[in-house]
Design a protein around this ligand. Structure first.
Ligand code: SOE
Length: 389
């Protein structure tokens, strides 16, 4: 097993910081896998990426991702640039024989995601997609309860991902609000996570019916921006919002369970509510990322006089990953899910297997996104079979 994996990362803002934190924390808390070596960080703005590289602890800086991929001292390419850059970079990384860690959503559309998967498979490299919420210990407890049959037959999945960061009509037109850069709006940015959690916990999608809405049709052009923050003049030039502000859809799963989904950036008061509830014949579970260390569980075979949802604090050694951190009862946060994600990637590289979730999960998520968009446009139920390649 290689003791090190040399990482080249493209992107240096929100997810660049989260991934950098994970690479630094991994050897200290989860040392049973190869150590990620923070070899090079890449971004177009040389001054900004040099500052980020210095602050996050990267060994070198690149301003052209092609130069980064061409380096012989890079084993893994980490892509957390905006979504329109994912495909070109991933295809080049695969062609160069580099492992790939790509942020979600995998691509702008299903066709591009399939091309990325095929290229990675052809190159024989490891490929992972950044669905980090699978790596919350409480979510893995939900998975364990379902797999052990302790919820019985699953009837319902109901998932919400609610934010409110663009409620101000004068919030500028950042890249997440432009289809050619983001692919979609709340559906692909937030709904992708909920779709992935549903696939991870319940199963594959059979058909969907949905709707989308763009409440604010145009916004001030930004004078400077990140993915989530921006400056722009309310009386300056304005541009068209070309993605959804909100999406809602229903789903039938292959196993007969039913799902309801909501993704919005207009749920005033919800900074980032990422919630699901699953109901089965023998019990239910409820998870809210704002209380990410807890899983609410209900078992219908509890004694009648004490039946009801109870709160499990998923911080014991019995809970995935918690052995790595602190004694029972000491809680963890958002950034730990990314560290756990990177642990899975490093372990997969060491064990010469594909990490989970990988590009095939990214493709399946992209198919559901495309099905929802088709349903919203054509106002009909859409079967995932329509997208079989
Ligand atoms: C959007 O605000 C966002 O940053 C998503 O892009 C992330 O994937 C999600 O984890 C948090 O919210």
């Amino acid at each position: 097993m290689n003791d090190f994996v040399n990482v080249g990362m493209i992107g240096y803002k929100f997810m660049g910081k989260a991934h950098s934190n994970a690479y630094r924390a991994l050897p200290m808390f989860l040392p049973d896998v190869p150590k990620p070596r923070m070899t090079a960080i890449c971004g177009r703005d040389e001054q900004a990426v040099r500052a980020a590289g210095q602050q996050f602890g990267w060994d070198s800086v690149e301003t052209d991702w092609r130069a980064l991929i061409a380096r012989s001292d890079i084993d893994l390419v980490d892509i957390n640039a905006p979504s329109d850059a994912h495909k070109e970079i991933a295809l080049a990384a695969a062609a160069a024989g580099k492992h790939i860690f790509c942020e979600k959503p995998l691509a702008l559309n299903l066709s591009d995601s399939r091309e990325m998967l095929a290229a990675a498979q052809q190159a024989g490299v490891k490929h992972m997609v950044g669905f980090n919420y699978r790596f919350a210990p409480a979510v893995r407890l939900a998975k364990k309860l379902i797999e052990e049959g302790r919820l019985g037959r699953i009837y319902h999945f109901r998932g919400l991902f609610l934010q409110d960061w663009i409620m101000d009509p004068d919030f500028p037109l950042v890249w997440r609000l432009r289809k050619e850069v983001a692919g979609s709006g709340s559906l692909g940015d937030l709904g992708a996570h909920t779709i992935d959690l549903a696939r991870y916990l319940v199963g594959e999608f059979d058909e969907v019916v949905g709707m989308t809405e763009t409440f604010i049709k145009e916004r001030p052009m930004p004078t400077e921006m990140t993915g989530l923050t921006a400056k722009g003049s309310a009386d300056g030039p304005r541009g068209e919002v070309t993605v959804d502000d909100a999406a809602m859809f229903m789903a039938r799963f292959d196993n007969g369970a039913l799902g309801t989904f909501e993704a919005t950036r207009f749920a005033n008061g919800h900074r980032s509510t990422n919630f699901f509830e699953i109901n089965g014949s023998k019990g239910s579970v409820r998870f809210d990322f704002e209380r990410m260390n807890e899983l609410e569980v209900y078992f219908s075979d509890d004694a009648e006089d004490v039946q009801g949802f109870r709160r499990v604090l998923a911080t014991d050694a019995a809970h995935d990953y918690m052995h790595a951190w602190w004694p029972a009862g000491h809680t963890i946060g958002y950034e730990h899910t990314v560290t756990h994600e990177v642990h899975e990637l490093m372990r997969a590289i060491a064990e010469d297997r594909q990490p989970v979730p990988n590009f095939s999960d990214g493709v399946k998520c992209q198919a559901v996104l495309e099905a929802v968009e088709r349903s919203a446009a054509e106002k009909r139920w859409v079967s995932l079979r329509e997208f079989d390649s």
